[in-house]
Design a protein around this ligand. Sequence first.
Ligand SMILES: Nc1nc2c(c(=O)[nH]1)N[C@H]1C(S)=C(S)[C@@H](COP(=O)(O)OP(=O)(O)OC[C@H]3O[C@@H](n4cnc5c(N)ncnc54)[C@H](O)[C@@H]3O)O[C@H]1N2
Ligand code: MOO
Length: 641
Amino acid sequence: MKKRNLYLKTISVEEALEKYKKVLETVIEVKWERIPVTESLNRVTRSAVYAKYCSPLFNSAAMDGIAVVTQRTKGASEVRPVELTEGEDYQVVDTGDPVSPPYDGVIMAEDLLETGKEGQVRIVEAAAPWQHIRPIGEDIVAGEMILPGHHKIRAIDVGVLLSAGITEIEVAVQPSVAIFPTGTEIIEPGETPVEGSIIESNSRMFENLAREQGARAKRFPVIPDDYEKIRRAVKEAAQKYDLVIINAGSSAGTEDYTVHVLRELGEVVVHGVAIKPGKPVILAVVDDCPVIGLPGYPVSAYIGFENFVIPVLSMLGDFTCRKNPVVDAVISKRLVSSLKHREYIRVKVGKVGEKLVAAPLARGAGAAMSMVRADGFCVIPQNSEGVEASETVSVELYRDIQEIENTLVVIGSHDLILDVMADLMPEVSRGMYLSSTHVGSMGGLMALKRREAHIAPVHLLDEDTGVYNQSYLKRIFKEPMALIRGVGRVQGLMVKKGNPMGICGIEDLKRCRYVNRQRGAGTRILLDYLLKKEQISPEEISGYDCEATTHMAVAAQVASGGADAGMGVFSAAKAMGLDFLPVGDESYDFALYQEDLELPLVKCFLQILKSERFHEKLRELGGYSWEEAGQIVRIDSRSMK
Ligand SMILES: Nc1nc2c(c(=O)[nH]1)N[C@H]1C(S)=C(S)[C@@H](COP(=O)(O)OP(=O)(O)OC[C@H]3O[C@@H](n4cnc5c(N)ncnc54)[C@H](O)[C@@H]3O)O[C@H]1N2
Ligand code: MOO
């Protein structure tokens, strides 16, 4: 068996960083260069910058009008106007023109009266000395400090530097970063993947993250898992670049060479940090150059970059580490975490009433889409076992709070139409968004009850009446509720193309591997109802306990051969190229408090449901009906008693 590389994961992020910084302080230093001010945006000043010239450079008119000898305007009033003569008492000036002795004040053009004579004006109010004159140095005085050292130059700074006569400035050299993706299974984007190929993506994410920080990044082609090739690349890059990032091969795999290479070439200061995702980070130094090994999984890679690469770039480029705003939010479901590490859980955040609500997304280190969907990270500290639903947590935001406040929070049963609606929301009403989290119909109603969602999409069959949704709202809520009618949709069994198992109905599930939905999902309730009708017990279904949380996840499981059948909507089967055997029609509606019907976000939602654009999309997806979409059913539980 090939040698594995077991690493420690007990050191905290802070300890690891401190240890690394201590070593780096002895080997790296910020480099400086002089550049034109016109190209200095976002660069960092070395030391304080002082004005060369005053601004304004001379006493100047602040208004269009005439520059006057104020002494001669004395006593002017409505009853005793004063007439002034050009060349003697005044001179015509425009805003910004110099005003020099004997002139010592400016009268605005609109305060001048005609006398009918060329070169003469009449005034009815005296001018005070220095009136409407910007004195020399009013804005900037020569010798005054304009910017301090270690300051990131902004657009306004560029303007002021130039007005003060500064054309060149000494700034930190932008750190240069070499990025090496590694892995024999990794192919370049655009190449055709075969089984086992992974399309290279991390290096491009690093490249852009580094640029966002103000560094210069050079991305190299993928290096296969070959000790010698990796060694040569790192050795060479460490001579030429300020920082080297080597991606993947950081953990315990038989072909994870990174740490061995770095040990041979230099010093590995840290391997493994108590952080999840991102554990197998490597912090090393080769020939006085920091070399950081980041894990291969995209989320781990991102978190490793934020926590370790950015601080090192800040040391190299004299940047201040950018910090995302941290807010308090209520977590929408229980989260269990290990005591051993700090965990970064991606969350969607929305504002319902006065509180911010964070809904956790997929936790896997490979779930890059969870980062695309997320509005921030909920950070569960090391030594914490997790948090209960409705507890307050800290969320590090990376989306604008204003956008979050303009987001309709939809939590409940999943359907592909929610993605379509989220796409249409800003199109129908600019600046409005929709975020959806999928926890099943009952989960959605519970979120609504805790006032953590605006809207809960539901499809819950009342087994006694055969009517969908209404009886559940009456039973669960005391408040006046409303049901916005959504779509009718066909539920059915999804099976592999050509139906190789010859599945015809519920009875046939007894002889195949099934993939179920999670407890509380309407689709699962429908299955239970159908099983009961056919007098089949869940134990007779192999895979009854195997759960997926969305229609698409069920369809993907069947498509990949992980299961023979699963239940879901037609559109999911179509999207995954599966055969579909209808078992019934159901109503997929939206529950909310009646008082929320007036919210602008809800009005926009209603508008979408009734729009032709939306119906067109439903037609494309297939398997839906929408005659009643957008109709409102008011449900008042008291009135039924
Ligand atoms: N026995 C153990 N196995 C693993 C451990 C462990 O402690 N013991 N740690 C796990 C953890 S945690 C992580 S994170 C990963 C890190 O793995 P590596 O850094 O060694 O990376 P690889 O195994 O080469 O790749 C992981 C994954 O990421 C994909 N990948 C790699 N490079 C790229 C790229 N440039 N762009 C996109 N995706 C990339 C790669 O194909 C793999 O799917 O190790 C666990 N294992
Ligand atoms: O560190 Mo790994 O990123 O936990 O999955």
